[in-house]
Design a protein around this ligand. Structure first.
Ligand SMILES: *Cc1c(COP(=O)(O)O)cnc(C)c1O
Length: 421
C-alpha cells in the first residue's frame, strides 16, 4: 500500500475537510528552503511550513546541537528541577526583549503560551483582590486553538461550533488614524473591569495577513498603560525577524507586560512555547499563601531537546548574515509589491518585513472559503511552490535563507498566475 493510502486509513489532518481535500503529499526530505517528495520532486517552502521555519529545513547546525543534547539529557520534570538549556535560553531571550521582561515560563506551543499569558493576567487581578475579568482583543484576531486562545480570537468559522461556550471578550477594530480616539474612549469606558488587552502586533496572520501601523499600536498601548490594563503581546507569529526587526514590538516605544513566543523560536525544529512577563506580574504571585501560585504546567515543560533547538536557532538568528537576509527579502518583496500593485486582478497588496500578502480580485468579498483557494494552491504546487492561500489571500513568508533566484521564481509564477487564472 502506498504511504498516501496508509495515511488515509489512519490519519485525521489539521484544518482539513477530509472528505474533499486533496490527498496529502508525502515529503521525505528537507534541505534549505526546499522539501522533496518521494519522486525527488522539489518544492520551495514559501510559507515556512506554517510559519515556523526561519533558517531552512534540516539545518545541519540545529541538527548537530539537538543530537548532542539527545545523548546528554532528553527530558526532566521542570517542577523542582532545572537544566542548563532552559536557563541559558531564558537568559539569552530576555536580553533580546524589551527591558521590562524579566521571567520566562515554558510550555509546548503557541496556544499554550497564550493560555499561560491569559491565566497570568486573570490571576494577577485575582491575587490582588481586584475583580478585573474582561479581556480586550482585536476583531479577526487569531491566538490559537485551545479554548482560552479560541475565546480571545475573533469569532469565525474556526470557532462557530464552540461560540456559546467561549468566555465573553470585548473586540475592537484595528487602530487607524480615524478611529484611534474612539478606541481609546472605548477602553476608558471598560477599564474598571478590563484585565488585559491581547494583540497580534502589526500583522494578524491567520485572520488573512491583515496589517496595521505601529504608531497606532503604540498609542493604544500607551492608553492601556495609563488605564492600568495589562498588555499581552502575542509574538508567536511575528517573533524572530518576521516583521523585519527581531520582534514586532521593537517598532513601538511602549512595552507589553507579557509576551508569547513559539513558531520560529526553535527555528521550526521542535514544539516549544514561551511566555515572558514583567517583574510586576511575577511579584503578584509571590506569597506565603499557596493559593496565589500559578497552577499551570505541562509534562514536557522546558523540554531540553526543544531548548537545545531554540538555542541553536538563536545562534543562527543573531548572526549578521541573518539580519542581511531579512533585509534582502524585505527589499525584494517591496520591489515586487510595486510591480504588481496596479494589476487588475490584484485587489490589494501589502507587506510587513518578510511577509508579503496580496488579495486576489474575485468580484466577491475576501473569504477563507473562497473557491479560488484550491485552484491557486494546486497551481503553485504544480509549479513546485508551497503557497497556502487563506481564501483569496496569497502570502509569501519564506525561511530567511531563500535565495534571490528562488524568490524571483516565486514572483514570476505569481505574475504568470495573474495572467493565466
Ligand atoms: C499560530 C499562532 C498561535 C498558535 O500557535 P500554535 O503553536 O499553532 O498553537 C498563536 N498566536 C498566533 C499569533 C499565531 O499565529
Amino acid at each position: 500500500m502506498s504511504l498516501v493510502d496508509r495515511d488515509l486509513k489512519v490519519i485525521w489532518h489539521p484544518y482539513t475537510q477530509m472528505q474533499t481535500a486533496l490527498p496529502p503529499m508525502p515529503i521525505v526530505r528537507g534541505e534549505g528552503v526546499c522539501l522533496f517528495d518521494e519522486n525527488g520532486k522539489k518544492y520551495i517552502d514559501a510559507v515556512s511550513s506554517w510559519w515556523v521555519n526561519i533558517h531552512g529545513h534540516a539545518h545541519p547546525y540545529i541538527a548537530q546541537k539537538v543530537s548532542e543534547q539527545l545523548n546528554k539529557l532528553e527530558h526532566v520534570i521542570f517542577a523542582g528541577f532545572t537544566h542548563e538549556g532552559a536557563v541559558e535560553l531564558a537568559e539569552r531571550l530576555l536580553k533580546l526583549l524589551p527591558i521590562n521582561q524579566k521571567k520566562v515560563f515554558y510550555s509546548d506551543n503557541g496556544s499554550t503560551a497564550v493560555e499561560v499569558a491569559i491565566k497570568m493576567c486573570l490571576q494577577y487581578w485575582h491575587n490582588k483582590g481586584e475583580g478585573r475579568t474582561k479581556i480586550l482583543a482585536f476583531k479577526n484576531a487569531y491566538h490559537g486553538d485551545t479554548f482560552g486562545a479560541m475565546a480571545v480570537s475573533g469569532r469565525s468559522a474556526f470557532t462557530a461550533a464552540f461560540d456559546s461556550l467561549l468566555f465573553e471578550v470585548e473586540f475592537i477594530d484595528l487602530p487607524t488614524e480615524e478611529n484611534i480616539e474612539s478606541l481609546k474612549s472605548q477602553i476608558s469606558n471598560l477599564k474598571s473591569n478590563l484585565a488585559c488587552f491581547i494583540f497580534e502586533p502589526l500583522v494578524q496572520g491567520a485572520g488573512g495577513m491583515l496589517m496595521y501601523e505601529a504608531v497606532y499600536l503604540n498609542e493604544l498601548m500607551a492608553h492601556c498603560r495609563k488605564e492600568a490594563v495589562l498588555m499581552i503581546d502575542d509574538e508567536v507569529f511575528t517573533g524572530f525577524g518576521r516583521t523585519g526587526k527581531s520582534f514586532a514590538c521593537d517598532y513601538v516605544a511602549e512595552q507589553p507586560d507579557i509576551m508569547c513566543f513559539s513558531k520560529g523560536l526553535t527555528g521550526g525544529t521542535m514544539a516549544l512555547g514561551i511566555t515572558t512577563c514583567s517583574q510586576q506580574i511575577y511579584n503578584a504571585f509571590l506569597s506565603d499563601d499557596r493559593l496565589k501560585t500559578l497552577f499551570h504546567g505541562h509534562s514536557f515543560t522546558a523540554n531540553p531537546i526543544a531548548c537545545a533547538a531554540a538555542l541553536a536557532s538563536m545562534d543562527l538568528f543573531t548572526e549578521p548574515s541573518t539580519r542581511e537576509n531579512i533585509q534582502r527579502i524585505e527589499g525584494l518583496h517591496s520591489q515586487f509589491l510595486e510591480k504588481i500593485r496596479h494589476h487588475p486582478k490584484v485587489k490589494t497588496v501589502r507587506q510587513t518585513g518578510t511577509i508579503l500578502a496580496m488579495e486576489w480580485e474575485t468580484g466577491n468579498d475576501t473569504s477563507y472559503f473562497n473557491s479560488l483557494r484550491d485552484i491557486l494552491y494546486r497551481y503553485f504546487l504544480d509549479a513546485g511552490i508551497i503557497l497556502r492561500p487563506l481564501g483569496n489571500v496569497i502570502y509569501i513568508l519564506p525561511p530567511y535563507c531563500i535565495t534571490d533566484v528562488e524568490l524571483n521564481y516565486i514572483y514570476n509564477k505569481i505574475e504568470q498566475a495573474l495572467e493565466e487564472i
